[in-house]
Design a protein around this ligand. Structure first.
Ligand code: AHR
Length: 537
């Protein structure tokens, strides 16, 4: 790695040579950045569930988002067709529902049966009234139409373990017991067969209704898991890992305890992260995906230890589910936190680059990160934004769509040689602890390999300079045409809006390579680029 200072000033000798005119354009190869791709250096299979999303009863995510009864943009079931279409473009593998903090005061029975008979409740997490006109079966119908797998969270806050068991029975048992028959009465003869269930949400958070300490959570989660698995043995269970990274919290203590207590019960531990450019420092902010990567490595170590003690083999793993991640800091105070218009974050290009960084990090940790859910799908810290009459795709929509439609197969351990920078000490988000990052590479890279095709994903974090890069195949040859897609905009603060798209994916001229082990590409400033094509042995 070659170090620059945080303003991006070159300090290495070769750059000085260029400035002094010692090197000519044709000779620049010696100082190009390098990405080396070796198809034998494999990290693990990219699980399609890392391209998941999240629908919570919060603000306008459900009502006014995916579901808008009476809207001219909705069909007779109340589904907003413009939203459904945009959501399909994200190729969402699985969608978490119904919360979030909401779930800790949600009783699923309120949301089934004839709509006009459902109770309206006070919703305490986000201070609204919950009509319950959208519930389990409406979500399943929406999910099937969107082509996504449902992932349910049970209420371990104000809810009981019995209530959790009954929900599994309602959803997964074909016939016989009361709740399976109730589902049939509600018009669903076949079970919903929901595989993924999480055992509560953010139970370490003091803000969570029914918040518990790690020991008490483990006991409740273990007993809920027992009843749920006895009801539907094939389900996969997700433990609520720590989401509290405030300066005085101890997230590692929570994670260590619950993994120890639940190591023979759960299949995943859920982690959450929200970052933001709180101090308006672009370079600090662009390094935040490295924090997710550090936390992944810490929890991976805990998982390995507990799996060894529990004598769980690699065919019966515990994985990490980053089942909430996003940028969230603007709409995180005061009035923006509650009511009908809560958490309506408006994203810009730098946010999209951070999202691309998170997705790169999921791929670089594909051996242990097997699920991730952008929080959330519509309006609430979301890639899709609606009004009563219109819809637009936020900047963060575009990198997610590119990854979710292209980056599959085996994650490769690429070697990257480029300039780096150090950050100052900074808060990574509004409710997050401080960090300092050293040697942040200007090029943030991941690669996947599938059936002779390589997909290279590159964020150029440099705000001002393009980075000319040699992409080198260490095994096999590049040969043919390479599709190139770029997410970029006029500047790092560029935003989209209704009727205005400044940041989107653009197809760039294809690269043409004839049986070569190297191709060269210039990654533009503040950009995300995906390059896709053959790598033949
Ligand atoms: O996604 C918004 C909120 O963030 C979720 O409800 C909660 O789980 C997290 O704190």
């Amino acid at each position: 790695m070659r170090k620059l200072n945080s303003a991006g000033t070159a300090t290495f000798f070769a750059a000085a040579m260029v400035v002094a005119g010692f090197l000519f354009a044709g000779q620049l190869t010696a100082q190009n950045a390098r990405i080396k791709i070796d198809i034998d250096r494999q990290i693990g299979e990219v699980n399609k569930n890392v391209y998941g999303n999240f629908v919570e009863h919060l603000g306008r995510c459900v009502y006014g988002g995916i579901y808008d009864e009476g809207s001219p943009l909705a069909d007779e079931d109340g589904i907003r067709l413009d939203v459904l279409e945009a959501a399909k473009g994200l190729n969402v593998s699985l969608t978490r529902y119904p919360g979030g903090n909401f779930v800790s005061n949600y009783h699923w029975k309120d949301g089934v049966g004839p709509k006009d008979e459902r109770p309206t409740r006070m919703e305490l997490a986000w201070a609204r009234l919950e009509s319950n006109r959208f519930g389990t079966n409406e979500f399943i119908d929406f999910a099937r139409r969107m082509g996504t797998e449902p992932y349910f969270a049970v209420n371990l806050g104000t809810g009981t373990i019995e209530e959790a068991q009954q929900w599994v029975e309602y959803c997964n048992v074909k016939e016989g017991p009361y709740y399976a028959e109730l589902r049939k009465q509600h018009g669903y003869a076949e079970p919903h067969n929901i595989t993924y269930w999480s055992l509560g949400n953010e139970m370490d958070g003091f803000w969570q209704m029914g918040h518990l300490n790690a020991e008490d959570y483990s006991k409740k989660a273990r007993e809920a898991a027992k009843l749920m698995k006895l009801t539907s043995p094939e389900i996969k269970l997700v433990a609520a890992g720590s989401s509290n990274y405030r300066p005085n919290a101890d997230p590692n203590e929570w994670n260590a305890t619950i993994l120890h207590e639940l190591r023979d019960v759960v299949d995943y531990i859920a982690l959450h992260i929200y970052v933001g450019n709180v101090a308006d420092n672009y370079y600090n902010y662009l390094s935040t995906p490295l924090v997710l990567e550090e936390r992944t490595q810490i929890v991976k170590g805990m998982i390995l230890k507990e799996m060894a003690y529990a004598q769980r083999q690699s065919d019966d793993p515990i994985y990490i589910a980053w089942d909430e991640y996003n940028v969230w800091y603007r709409a995180r105070v005061g009035e923006d936190m509650t009511g009908e218009r809560a958490l309506e974050e408006h994203y810009n290009l730098e946010d999209a680059l951070v999202i691309a960084g998170f997705l790169n990090a999921f791929i670089r940790n594909a051996d242990v990160v097997k699920m991730a859910n952008m929080a959330q799908l519509v309006n609430v810290i979301a890639p899709i934004f609606t009004s009563e009459t219109d819809m637009f795709k936020q900047t963060i929509y575009y990198p997610l769509a590119l990854f979710a439609n292209n980056a599959f197969g085996t994650a490769l351990d690429v070697a990257v040689d480029c300039e780096t920078y150090d950050t100052e000490e900074f808060f990574i988000g509004l409710a997050e602890s401080k960090t300092t990052q050293e040697d942040v590479p200007f090029l943030d890279v991941s690669a996947t390999y599938d059936d002779g095709q390589v997909v290279l994903c590159v964020v150029n974090r440099n705000k001002d300079k393009a980075i000319t890069t040699d992409i080198i195949a260490q095994e096999g040859l590049f040969d043919g045409e390479y599709e190139v897609y770029e997410v970029n905009g006029p500047d790092s603060k560029a935003q989209n809006d209704f009727g205005k798209t400044l940041v989107e994916t653009k197809s760039k001229p294809a690269l043409r390579v004839k049986k070569a082990d190297k191709m060269t590409y210039e990654f533009p400033p503040h950009s995300f680029t995906m390059i896709k094509g053959a790598l033949k042995n």
